[in-house]
Design a protein around this ligand. Structure first.
Ligand code: ADP
Length: 195
């Protein structure tokens, strides 16, 4: 099972991806988590990635592609994966499809979590507060300024992927404003019912 979750920051991709992992025994591949780990390294590359992320900008495609390819070639991806935060640009999407094709593979589903932009800021500010309370560790990009850039980047560079996957007939769409359990139930139904 190879799934892409699409949606703006705060849409709930990470939460839903984790639930799909336990339902299907597939790998949760969050490029955001991978880049946060890379940014923690005290190296020039780590510092560069950290700054890019803190500004809400995108990490360059070659770095992302290399990280993704390395990860999905490992044994725990053998039943498939759910991609969270990748692909995020049209070129990442096309490169990834080409790479899958080389292995005679393809994505099974691209699932869009639809949300209103006005609620995203609230969700992200709540997440920042919860993380602060739980561990004192807040994401550097969970603030108004970086979020504005993240949303603009999403609209300009990632939203076009919705049409791309529609044209490939694998796009499904779910109302991401529903309670998380209802979103999961819809997600499982969509995946189970189609293809
Ligand atoms: P969110 O979806 O909440 O904005 P993520 O955790 O998915 O957050 O990503 C955080 C940051 O990591 C992004 O703003 C970007 O800097 C970097 N990043 C993650 N995935 C990608 C990607 N596929 N391409 C480029 N940059 C990425």
């Amino acid at each position: 099972m190879k799934i892409v979750l699409l949606g703006p920051p705060g849409a709930g991709k990470g939460t839903q991806a984790k639930r799909l992992v336990s339902a299907y025994n597939i790998l949760h591949l969050s490029t955001g988590d991978m880049m946060r780990a890379a940014a923690a390294a005290e190296t020039p590359l780590g510092h560069e990635i950290k700054k890019t992320m803190a500004d809400g900008k995108l990490v360059p495609d070659p770095l992302i592609m290399a990280a993704v390819l390395e990860r999905i070639s490992q044994a725990d991806a053998k039943h498939g994966f759910v991609l969270d935060g990748f692909p995020r640009t049209m070129s990442q999407a096309v490169m990834f499809d080409d790479l899958l094709e080389l292995e005679s593979a393809e994505l099974d589903h691209a699932i869009q979590l639809r949300v209103d932009e006005e609620i995203l800021l609230d969700r992200i500010m709540i997440r920042a507060r919860e993380m602060q309370e739980a561990s004192g560790d807040v994401r550097l990009d969970d603030n108004h300024e970086a979020l504005k850039v993240r949303l603009r980047t999403y609209n300009e560079q990632t939203a076009p992927l919705i049409e791309y996957y529609q044209s490939r007939a694998i796009l499904r769409s779910i109302n991401g404003l529903l309670p998380a359990d209802s979103v999961t139930a819809e997600l499982l139904t969509l995946i189970g019912c189609s293809r």
